[in-house]
Ligand binder design. Structure first.
Ligand code: NDP
Ligand code: HSE
Length: 429
């Protein structure tokens, strides 16, 4: 057992960082035994130094993160500040000064993962980020290492705790959107700017990271088709219930049947109540991974929150420290397949479309013809009429997204169609 401690710089001490520091302190003996050397918190960089931080020695707190990294004795940096800058520059500085990095920063990894991996490799150091996707759930390492000998063809899951919390509350208690978002924020689930959660950017960043790992290719945030959940309404939930479904914000990553391209998307979707993802409540996440040899795997657990996320950070800390002692590094980026990411128009799935139409003879036929003209086959139609107006709910068979967009565009031009109330994809069958 080495007695000289491995020195850790903690960048950020908010919801996640404070829990990382707490566990490092309370489990110090266990961590020492598991790593084979003591780990010492050598400094904590924050924005507001005067804030009282329970369990943190005030002498360790600094606002000068760069100086902390340049001290020359830091072995591992834990970055839990979030956002692009200064996190990106600080991680680069960490590598330049010989420290491996553990980060929970999905926004940065989705944007600059390739450059950061290259910097880690150039310096012979580790970049680990289990906490960046799906909170406490071991997912990055199993996909990167345990499934390294298999071929992943599809990943589908709930990867944002905040939006799952909101959708669950709206569905199960009838809570309003803002009320549920405020509760998720108070519980520490939401990003510093919750727009990242509700508009799907956070899930899209996680989707980009997972797609890169799953398909051994580079997928950036901009490659991921993204729709948030702010438009999901109580009437969408009522429609979903009538179909025996609920609504979840899903991330779906697929390898094309010919294996020559991939797709990556994040959007709300109806899923049957019988599907395992339908029972994922509150801020829990769940991810299905379909691999050629392994078959279907499901990963499930707390997707957000200080303590669960700190668990994933600490797991990475132990791995990175062990690598340091062994003078080795873990797996870096694997992007050898260089598969193109296809546009959303090529994705094939089912749709639930709700239309407000005139309630008169021939309207249904006109609507059905419009679907047929665009090659979209109808599965079911339900009409409810009142005072010369009707609500028409059409559920389609599987069709390319581009065909559905063309259908909707044409429907909007029909005099008898007063409006397209909602369009939602149907998944999970
Ligand atoms: P918080 O906003 O709670 O904490 C951010 C911390 O960073 C604060 O301690 C803040 O200091 C510090 N900070 C901000 N700017 C600077 C700066 N310029 N220099 C030094 N320190 C700075 O965020 P979270 O803990 O919630 O999230 C941190 C990261 O973890 C993000 O990347 C997030 O996406 C990710 N993550 C979060 C999860 C969660 O459930 N919250 C789950 C999974 C990942 P101060 O305290 O003084 O304000
Ligand atoms: N804001 C994120 C979420 C934190 O709600 O999932 C976990 O990554």
């Amino acid at each position: 057992m080495r007695t000289r401690p491995l020195k850790v710089a903690l960048l950020g001490c908010g919801v996640v960082g404070s829990e990382v520091a707490r566990i490092m302190t309370t489990h110090a003996d266990d961590l020492t035994a598991r790593i084979g050397a003591p780990v010492e918190l050598a400094g904590v960089a924050v924005r507001r130094p005067s804030k009282v931080r329970e369990g943190i020695d005030p002498a360790l707190v600094t606002t000068d993160a760069t100086a902390l990294l340049k001290r020359g004795d830091i072995d591992v940096v834990i970055e839990v500040i979030g956002g692009i800058e200064p996190a990106r520059t600080l991680i680069t500085t960490a590598f330049e000064n010989g420290a491996s990095v553990v980060s929970a920063n999905k926004a940065l990894l989705a944007q600059d993962g390739a450059a950061l991996h290259a910097a880690a490799e150039a310096h012979g150091l580790d970049l680990y980020y289990e906490a960046a996707v799906a909170g406490a759930i071991p997912l990055v390492r199993p996909m990167r290492e345990s499934l390294a000998g298999d071929k992943i063809n599809r990943v589908m899951g709930i990867v944002n705790g905040t939006t799952n919390f909101i959708l669950d509350k709206m569905d199960s208690t009838g809570a309003g959107y803002q009320e549920a978002l405020d509760e998720a924020t108070a519980l520490g689930y939401a990003e510093a700017d919750p727009t990242a959660d509700v508009e799907g950017y956070d899930a899209a960043a996680k989707a980009a990271i997972l797609a890169g790992i799953a398909f051994h290719t580079r997928v950036r945030l901009d490659d991921v088709y993204r729709e948030g959940m702010t438009e999901v309404s109580a009437s969408d939930f009522a429609s979903a219930k009538r179909m025996g479904c609920t609504i979840k914000l899903l991330a779906i990553l697929e390898r094309a049947a010919d294996g020559e391209s991939v797709t990556a998307r994040v959007h709300p979707a109806m899923i049957p109540l019988t599907h395992p993802l339908a029972s994922v409540r509150e801020a829990y996440n769940a991810v299905f991974v379909e691999a050629e040899a392994a078959g279907r795997l499901m990963f499930y657990g707390p997707g957000a929150g200080g303590s669960p996320t700190a668990s994933a950070v600490l797991g990475d800390l132990v791995a990175v420290c062990r690598n340091k002692l062994a003078e080795a590094t873990g797996p870096g980026e694997s992007a050898y397949t260089q598969l193109p990411v296809s546009a959303m128009g090529e994705v094939v799935t089912r749709y639930h479309i709700s239309l407000d139409v005139a309630d008169k003879p021939g309207v249904l036929a006109q609507v059905a013809t419009t679907f047929a003209e665009h090659g979209v086959s109808i599965d079911t139609v339900r009409q409810t009429g009142k005072d010369g107006e009707a609500s028409l709910v059409v559920v389609t068979h599987r069709a390319p997204d581009a065909a559905l967009s063309g259908t909707v565009e044409a429907l909007r031009k029909l005099d008898t169609v007063r409006g397209v109330a909602s369009i939602m994809r149907v998944e999970g069958e």
